[in-house]
Design a protein around this ligand. Structure first.
Ligand SMILES: Cc1cc2nc3c(=O)[nH]c(=O)nc-3n(C[C@H](O)[C@H](O)[C@H](O)COP(=O)(O)OP(=O)(O)OC[C@H]3O[C@@H](n4cnc5c(N)ncnc54)[C@H](O)[C@@H]3O)c2cc1C
Length: 811
């Protein structure tokens, strides 16, 4: 065994082999893969080998598409066949809601360049003759779907990597990982120790164990999964002979079944409701090329439906039942990237669809390691989306929920119940008592809307306007007409201190840092000049700042901040997590309410828009920002959790004469639409530049230097290629949800990032990106936005519909 290498990839499943291949493709040749058994010895060898490009997250869908395109290249380089069967496939809808879902999927596919087509059940039957038409009402055809040989494909990755110079050690187990004082890793194996600059955990079923070697607990759980193979079926061979074609792949949402041709018979798998985690705490090291005992009883209800939907199966003999484990993260998407706080320790695990996603995972991780950036928008796969709150039991509950819901619709207003409540603020019971319908904001319970007396505080899930529509309207009007209060504990908050704090922030952020007592808004860019953050920064003193941003991105951002801290220790940053909670009051009477609970002068002259103050509020020590995401006069009041109940009570009491009203996150998001404010993860993501995103006014190119400055300067000089714009949409009972295509004439020219009904201005609004050349086209109905399969007139608006001159914010 070698004594040194640049990278050790732990794990020779499809994911580890893909990472290895992509590292060599990007030019790193001294890379080594270590596999404790034969390649494919985890989940990879017994996979059903199906692949497809559709995914709820368009960015992940793009990478799935990359994966499918890669197989030809692998075969060419390695000389190893992947046994690719590009049959195409259909998703079958059995209810009107499922048809809406297919329409949405098709619409999303339009701007991703996917060739998806809604077809009739009769047409689907010509390609999959054993289905019984009476159970279905429509179908979506995807030509880029099929199946392959999982083992051959994994070997093709490994061989292609070897051709490019990589080394593979089989029958060698990594037992320990020890970081040396210079930051490199001693990888201690059963065959000796190898020193590596980087370690990649692609341990699949053993990813948790490989995480524990460095003291981390990855939120990964394996589930048992079964599929069965039938004997030869005459219906299958007859179709093959008559058409010269294989049967296509079929996803039957109603039956929660996937099925396709295998040999001269059928392969059928199911995501059963009676699901079972496998080895929930530890994966046995002696588990190898073996299967779990089949348990047909567990999948009997789904099989019964399958036999009804595909009656020919009733006469088919079952040749084999495969039951094997594979891993999931709580949301079902992979965990990829560098782990915060560990130098050069990377993960590529929790990949539940290795043959659809493995290529994209390998590519982005290799990009990240070699170029310092994944090269794609992979927030949906970033390991940093989970914090220590994603414990083993949380993961266990969420993974099972996700498994059971694999073929279920997730409605845009649907909150999933497993592992809840998990984290709560001191106001949780008060909010529930006030009728709050709570949402899960990455583990934290957050009020979404408040049911008035007599209305059940529960969402009726739908793609269309639902039972929250009128209550949210009332909350929005309460803010605009008098004053509202909302909890904002679900923001990320940071404290930055030290003599180097200002220059540290200035190097990371595009805006100049504020004077003491003032606030700035600022984007943060990566080296390529793309948006990786969007913050509010308040200056509390010469060497002290507070910063506020997206809580979902807190660990991602901390990873970036810590990487860029000055080596001389002159600046420190601390995430305050739930050590701080917050309340926001907003509306024309907000100042009067605040004035009643503080001895400070909060007049418009003394406490101006974008001012920051440390002050007592209801006798609690608070930090107060004079800003509001509602676009109204407003204050964000931050405090330690032990004060929150009494500050809330004092504000409610003081606000009673102004009919102060609770409002939730949904009203907040509706109000910000009226101001054309964008939001992180929707309008602002790492695929957009600051000028494209209409954040150019916060980029100070005159500043000496900041990360991404040169790229931003180029974007400024050349002009953005596309631009974020807002539309009034001629909607009826359904508003945009995000990811809808934007049409101009007969062409799809852009996509919606978010939107909804703006209750105060009484318009349906959407935000999205269009080519810069079209961004001034404000003629009525110059565009159309596709909502649930219908193209709706959309008029681009240059100015916000509420307070275009920001009068209210500044009053
Ligand atoms: C029944 C079934 C059907 C499936 N069907 C499909 C499908 O149709 N399509 C699809 O895309 N996916 C399917 N999957 C999922 C697919 O199998 C996984 O997504 C994929 O195998 C994950 O690959 P991996 O490389 O992450 O993990 P694994 O395949 O588990 O590989 C991890 C490897 O790491 C090695 N390893 C771990 N720890 C160490 C260590 N300390 N030292 C050395 N080596 C170590 C293991 O031996 C193993 O070989 C299916 C899975 C099952 C169980």
């Amino acid at each position: 065994m070698k004594s040194h290498t640049q990278v050790v990839v732990i794990g020779g499943g499809v994911v580890g082999c893909s990472v290895l291949y992509h590292l060599t493709k990007l030019g790193w040749k001294d890379v080594t893969l270590i596999e404790r058994d034969e390649l494919t010895s985890g989940s990879s060898w017994h996979a059903a080998g199906g692949f497809h490009t559709l995914n709820g997250d368009p960015n992940v869908a793009q990478l799935q598409s990359y994966t499918v395109d890669l197989y030809k290249e692998l075969e060419e380089i390695s000389g190893q066949s992947c046994s690719l069967h590009l049959t195409g496939g259909v998703m079958l809808a059995d209810t009107p809601e499922r048809m809406d879902f297919l329409r949405l999927a098709q619409a999303k596919g339009r701007y991703l360049g996917m060739d998806l087509e809604l077809i009739s059940v009769a047409e689907a039957k010509t390609m999959f003759p054993i289905l019984d038409e009476k159970h279905f009402i429509g179908a979506l055809w995807d030509p880029v779907e099929g199946h392959l040989d999982p083992s051959g494909t994994t070997h093709a990755y490994a061989k292609a990597a070897r051709v490019n110079g990589a080394t593979v050690y089989r029958h060698t187990k990594v037992e320990e990982l020890v970081q040396t004082p210079d930051g490199t890793w001693d990888v201690i194996t059963t065959k000796g120790t190898i020193r590596a600059e980087h370690v990649v955990n692609a341990g699949g079923l053993w990813a948790r164990e490989c995480g524990r070697m460095v003291g981390i607990e990855l939120p990964v759980l394996a589930m048992e999964h079964m599929y069965l193979l039938t004997d030869e079926m005459p219906e299958v061979t007859a179709h093959n002979e008559a058409t010269g074609k294989e049967l296509i792949g079929v996803l039957d949402f109603g039956g929660e079944i996937y099925t396709r041709q295998e040999g001269k018979g059928i392969l059928l798998g199911t995501y059963e409701q009676n699901c079972r985690p496998w080895s929930p705490r530890e994966t046995p090291w002696d588990f190898g090329h073996e299967l779990l005992p089949p348990d047909l009883d567990r999948i009997a209800p789904e099989l019964e439906v399958g036999f009804e939907h595909f009656p020919a199966l009733q006469n088919a003999g079952i040749k084999q039942i495969i039951n094997g484990p594979f891993t999931f993260a709580p949301d079902g998407n992979p965990l990829v990237g560098p782990v915060r706080g560990l130098r050069n320790y990377w993960v590529a695990c929790g990949v539940m669809a290795g043959f659809s996603q493995g290529g994209g995972v390998g590519l982005t991780l290799a990009n990240w390691m070699v170029n310092g950036d994944p090269g794609y928008d992979i927030w949906g796969m970033d390991v940093a989306r989970y914090g220590t709150w994603a414990t083993l039991s949380y993961t266990n509950a969420k993974v099972q929920e996700n498994y059971r819901r694999r073929f279920r619709i997730r409605f845009p207003n649907e909150e999933l119940p497993a592992a809840r409540p998990h984290q709560t603020t001191p106001l949780y019971d008060r909010m529930l008592a006030a009728g709050a319908v709570m949402g899960d904001s990455w583990g934290l319970e957050t009020p979404l809307w408040f049911a008035p007396k007599g209305v059940e505080p529960k969402d009726i899930v739908s793609f269309r306007r639902s039972n929250d529509f009128h209550p949210i309207g009332a909350e929005c009007r309460a803010v605009r007409e008098s004053v509202g209060i909302t909890e904002i504990a679900n923001f990320a908050k940071y404290e930055i201190t030290g003599p180097g704090a200002e220059s540290f922030l200035s190097k990371l952020m595009t805006n100049t840092m504020p004077k003491t007592g003032r606030i700035v808004l600022t984007p943060m860019l990566n080296d390529n000049g793309k948006l990786i953050g969007d913050f509010t920064i308040a200056r509390a003193g010469k060497e002290k700042f507070y910063m506020f941003g997206s809580s979902q991105a807190e660990i991602t951002h901390m990873r970036w901040f810590e990487k860029h801290l000055p080596a001389d220790g002159s600046a420190a940053i601390r995430a305050l997590n739930l050590g701080w909670v917050g309340l926001s009051i907003a509306g024309p009477n907000a100042r009067k309410v605040l004035a009643k609970v503080t001895g400070e002068d909060v007049s418009g002259e003394a406490f101006r828009f974008m001012d920051f103050r440390e002050m007592d509020v209801a006798s609690a020590p608070c930090k107060v920002n004079r800003i509001s995401y509602t676009g109204d006069l407003g204050y964000e009041i931050w405090m330690a959790p032990e004060y929150e109940r009494q500050v809330y009570q004092a504000l409610m009491t003081a606000g009673a004469e102004y009919n102060i009203r609770n409002f939730g996150m949904r009203a907040l998001l509706s109000l910000r639409l009226e101001k054309n404010f964008g939001t992180w993860f929707r309008e602002f993501r790492p695929i957009y530049g600051p000028y494209e995103a209409d954040l150019g006014r916060f980029v100070k190119l005159s500043k000496e230097s900041f990360i991404g400055r040169d790229a931003a300067q180029r974007e400024f000089e050349e002009g953005p290629r596309r631009r974020r714009v807002s539309f009034v949409v001629d909607a009826s009972d359904a508003d945009v949800m995000g990811d809808e295509p934007i049409w101009h004439g007969d062409k799809v020219i852009g996509w919606v990032t978010s939107g909804g009904y703006a209750h105060f201005v009484e318009r349906s609004l959407a935000q999205g990106y269009v080519p810069a050349a079209l961004a001034e086209e404000t003629g009525e109905g110059a565009f159309e936005i596709e909502i649930l399969g219908e193209r709706r007139k959309a008029t681009l608006i240059g100015e916000p519909l509420f307070g275009p001159k920001a009068e209210r914010m500044r009053m």
